[in-house]
Design a binder for this molecule. Structure first.
Ligand SMILES: *Cc1c(COP(=O)(O)O)cnc(C)c1O
Length: 336
């Protein structure tokens, strides 16, 4: 059975300590009053490249042997950014493969970190196939965004921090895509305190892990535009680690809609004064939409990243419509 040991996650914490930061866990007064119990935000947006993915990427990159030719990956953006950042710190070449659905800001951000970017196809799976060709043709080492034990252990360090920062933690809401984050956090927390409920949250458009858990095996879903673009993409039909971890360790998976994500982005901005991307507010969206089963004790959600197009962010804060590919989300001004 796939698993990531607590000792691997503790080792990752030491390995990434100089590259990624231990992030603050702060209460949200507004969301706490809405939830009727303490609601905490784990601020991964303060990582140097703006998202938690630095943790997993740094653990994988720092563990590579001397003499490695370079690294490659496919990414909806933040993993590519994390790999680029970690590779530069180690002085390694990095080639990041992305699908044409990835927003331009994310591409620019990765080039600014000194990595090569190659745009291939219209889905994460096509970008992944290209990355695998680079392994054969150019001798690069591929780092999966979620299906690699070193990456999962790196993301799991968030779980260790959460338990130290809030020992009576009862529930964690984890934005869920390929499941490296949710699988890593669940592996860490369930090893120490199995009573904590770990709930994955995805957008209802193209939720690959949710569909795969329901089917009992990895399945493909159509990839579509979403405000939570970082949650797009498949889990890989040949998934080896993150699917089993999520299938076994997650207590539930909840889906949220685009209008709910839109409103949650406004809430964390106007109430908590945070700029973040759609993927990271799905936990807040689930709370606001009344989609969480009631249960006692503090809840934390992972505010996973802040790498979004600031023009879209400004439109949402002003209550304007947002058009993403075939999708239009009707604007609403913010009301508490
Ligand atoms: C990658 C990502 C996620 C989801 O992580 P997985 O390990 O793929 O489940 C959530 N939020 C942001 C901002 C991300 O970049």
């Amino acid at each position: 059975m796939a698993s990531v040991a607590l000792s691997e996650i503790e080792a990752a914490r030491r390995i990434i300590a100089e590259t990624a930061v231990a992030t603050p866990l702060v209460p949200s007064p507004h969301l706490s009053s809405l939830a009727g119990r303490e609601f905490l935000l784990k601020l991964e947006i303060v990582q140097p490249m703006g998202a938690f993915k630095l943790r997993g990427a740094a653990n994988a990159v720092m563990r590579l042997p001397e003499g490695t030719a370079g690294v490659t990956c496919c990414s909806t953006g933040n993993h590519g950014r994390g790999v680029a950042y970690a590779a530069r710190r180690r002085g390694l070449r990095a080639v990041i493969c992305m699908s044409s659905l990835v927003p331009q800001t994310k591409i620019d951000g990765i080039r600014a970190l000194g990595a090569e970017v190659q745009i291939v196809g219209r889905s994460q799976d096509e970008a992944m196939a290209h990355s695998r060709r680079l392994v054969v043709d150019e001798g690069l080492v591929e780092i999966s965004p979620f299906d690699d034990p070193a990456v999962i252990a790196g993301q799991g360090t968030i779980g260790l921090e959460l338990l130290e920062q809030c020992p009576d933690l009862a529930t964690v809401l984890v934005p869920l895509s390929g499941g490296g984050l949710a699988g890593g956090i669940a592996a860490a927390i369930k090893a120490v305190k199995p009573s904590v409920r770990i709930i994955g949250i995805s957008m209802d458009r193209g939720a690959a892990m949710h569909a795969s858990i329901a089917a009992g095996r990895p399945v493909e879903v159509e990839e579509v535009a979403s405000l939570a673009d970082s949650l797009g993409g498949g889990i890989g039909l040949d998934n080896r680690f993150s699917f089993e971890l999520c299938r076994i360790l997650l207590d539930d998976v909840v889906l949220v809609g685009e209008a709910e994500i839109y409103r949650a982005l406004q809430t964390v901005y106007y109430e908590d004064r945070l700029v973040c991307e759609g993927a990271c507010v799905v936990g807040v969206a689930a709370l606001q939409a009344g989609k969480l089963a009631p249960s006692p004790g503090p809840i934390a959600t992972i505010i996973t990243g802040r790498n979004l197009d600031m023009k879209i962010h400004a439109d949402i804060m002003q209550g304007r419509d947002v058009v993403l590919g075939d999708l239009t989300i009707n604007g609403q001004p913010y009301h508490a």
